[in-house]
Ligand binder design. Structure first.
Ligand code: SAH
Length: 358
């Protein structure tokens, strides 16, 4: 039993079952017991490995995509370079290194990082010794008077979701309550109509389960309003699909799936990203959204294979094998290549970021 489990049980006893979003927020970001506030989440020794931790090529290609897009929009002499949920700072450090040779890019860039965990902020500061980032708790406080160029890798999957099960009488919400013996347990609320879910009545049948993420649409709205007003772009890279369909809530600890209710605060909790909801929020805010593109296709279009070949020239033995495996892992459809998708946002009168289709 974790300290957080005890707190959550007391809270549920006092005020009744909580939504999955409340549970997820507490597990991930509780100031004393949350997963991102207390654990070394990322990397080989952590609970999961992300694309920038697999190979420097990922951040390099994202950096070139950001820089090319900045040049395509006439190289504004001041802009915000933004990462959402930078983890250990590996991606943004690779972006900065890869763009060093792009004339004017570093001089024009102001680095802004959106990060909720102080522990993660310290890792990011250490990864960026030569830069002076400004940290934000939320996308709402990002600059509103300059273009924003944004990247978010495995950020949206960490945001709290709610789950609703279709019922002949409306929807039942998945709630976290207490079992007979006092443990945390998943349950369902009484059915009721929910106007905000009316658009899903046509494509679901009773019994179907869908997920919503209000936090994600709020973040996209904040970014898309800025891109529509001042220019820039955003790249969202994550696992997920088009239109939420079914239960994707999962917990991972030490690279293995575990019961999400067993040890709150000790496992990473995520859900697949509903890119349709992100694209819709962007369009409503006046921004264009690209076609949803597989990560493997996106990275190939940006030139990962020639980059991999050029890096391979200075490698041999185990290092070469690891490098070849990393290339495959990032791009192959049986690995991350098609599970992970990329969505780009851009101003309606500009072309999409390199590697993505309008
Ligand atoms: N992008 C990194 C890390 C992904 S892990 C990579 O690819 O390696 C998710 C990151 O998002 C962590 O840095 C975590 O602390 C941060 N995070 C999670 N929820 C957040 C929230 N609600 N607001 C801001 N940052 C959050």
């Amino acid at each position: 039993m974790t300290a957080l489990a005890d707190l959550l049980r007391k809270q549920i006893k006092a005020t009744g079952p909580m939504t999955l979003a409340q549970y997820m927020s507490a597990c991930l970001l509780h100031p004393k017991h949350g997963y991102y506030t207390t654990q070394d989440a990322l990397g080989v020794d952590g609970d999961f490995t992300t694309a920038p931790e697999i190979s420097q090529m990922f951040g390099e290609l994202i950096g070139l995509c950001l820089a090319q897009s900045w040049m395509d929009q006439d190289a504004p002499d001041r802009f915000a370079l933004v990462e959402l949920g930078p983890g250990r700072g590996t991606l943004i450090a690779d972006v900065m290194r890869a763009t060093l040779q792009v004339p004017g890019f570093h001089a024009a860039a102001e680095l802004h990082l959106v990060e909720a965990s102080n522990r993660m902020r310290a890792l990011q500061a250490a990864a960026l010794p030569a830069h002076d980032p400004t940290w934000h708790d939320s996308a709402e406080t990002l600059p509103e008077d300059i273009p924003v160029y944004v990247v978010a890798n495995e950020f949206f999957d960490a945001l709290p979701i709610r789950q609703f099960q279709r019922d002949p009488k409306g929807w039942r919400e998945v709630m976290v309550g207490l079992s007979e013996d006092g443990g945390l347990q998943r349950g369902l609320s009484d059915p009721a109509p929910i106007n905000a879910l009316n658009s899903r009545l046509d494509d679901t049948v009773p019994g179907a389960l869908i997920e919503t993420c209000a936090h994600a649409t709020a973040v996209v709205d904040a970014l898309a309003r800025r891109i529509a007003a001042n220019g820039g772009m955003a790249l969202f890279i994550d696992y997920g699909g088009w239109l939420s369909d079914g239960d994707t809530f999962q917990a991972v600890r030490a690279h293995r799936p575990v019961d999400p209710f067993a040890e709150p605060g000790r496992a990473d909790l995520t859900a697949h990203v509903d890119f349709e909801a992100l694209a819709r929020a962007a369009l409503i805010a006046g921004c264009a959204a690209s076609q949803l593109t597989n990560q493997g296709v996106f990275l190939e279009r940006l030139g990962i294979t020639p980059r991999a070949q050029s890096l391979a020239k200075s490698l041999n033995g185990d290092a070469l094998d690891a490098h070849v495996a990393a290339h495959r892992r990032l791009t192959h459809p049986d690995e991350m290549g098609s599970l992970f998708k990329v969505l780009g946002l851009y101003p309606v009168d500009e072309s999409p970021p390199p590697g993505l289709d309008p």
